[in-house]
Design a protein around this ligand. Structure first.
Ligand SMILES: CC(C)(COP(=O)(O)OP(=O)(O)OC[C@H]1O[C@@H](n2cnc3c(N)ncnc32)[C@H](O)[C@@H]1OP(=O)(O)O)[C@@H](O)C(=O)NCCC(=O)NCCS
Length: 188
């Protein structure tokens, strides 16, 4: 899977570069941002470097695309989104995202994910995209619902976040539902 460069009205989605390591480390060392994340905050900067290496590996191996998201107005890195676990036989993949709390509440996560989904459905011939979210993560559930995902069930005691056992919701978006919802949202 090649890593695409995508543009929306307010955002640019692009491949990660080595120069993103500081911003990425800052984002992933925040306990507040990661309070519903399925792994703990980072304490060593090398984790950011490994993450960027893994992004390149994903692209080379064709298993997914992890994209840095910049805000066009000031060029700031605000977070990232990913399409991973691509299974060409099942024509399925998973969606994920993480943004700096200073950028929350402006519709950026939804805008970026919509562009990534549009690219994925168009170029990878996907039939299904799945996403999971901690049941306490209301903002993430809302992003998925705005994108047309349907809540399909609960994964009981799916994760242990900060020592606390937590349930996850599983969401799915099927190609035909995406196509009908995409018709009502103009391309950027
Ligand atoms: C979840 C996350 C991606 C949302 O990013 P965002 O850019 O703020 O998302 P958007 O602005 O596109 O949409 C958020 C929606 O949730 C709503 N929302 C946010 N907090 C809420 C709350 N506590 N209760 C109810 N709704 C809430 C917002 O009002 C908005 O809905 P609206 O457009 O109908 O008003 C962001 O909070 C994040 O990166 N969190 C940390 C990482 C994470 O949890 N990732 C998801 C793992 S599954």
């Amino acid at each position: 899977m090649p890593t695409p460069s995508l543009h929306t009205a307010r955002l640019r989605l692009r491949a990660f570069e080595d120069a993103d390591a500081n911003d990425l480390f800052e984002l992933h060392s925040s306990a507040y941002v990661l309070r519903y994340w399925d792994s703990p905050p980072w304490h060593e900067r090398v984790r950011a470097e490994k993450f960027i290496t893994a992004c390149r590996q994903m692209a080379q191996e064709g298993t997914g695309a992890r994209l840095a998201v910049d805000r066009v107005s000031d060029g700031a890195f605000i977070g990232w989104c990913t399409l991973n676990r691509w299974n060409p036989d099942f024509r399925s993949a998973s969606l994920g995202y993480c943004y700096d709390d200073a950028a929350w509440g402006h519709g950026y996560a939804t805008e970026a994910a919509r562009a990534l989904l549009r690219w994925a459905f168009d170029t990878l011939d996907l039939n299904r995209v799945q996403a999971e979210t901690d049941t306490r993560n209301v903002a993430s559930a809302r992003v998925l619902e705005k994108l047309g995902f349907v809540r399909e069930g609960t994964l009981r005691e799916d994760c242990v976040v900060n020592g606390e056992v937590s349930d996850s919701w599983v969401y799915g978006l099927i190609r035909r539902e995406w196509q009908s919802s995409a018709e009502s949202v103009p391309a950027p």
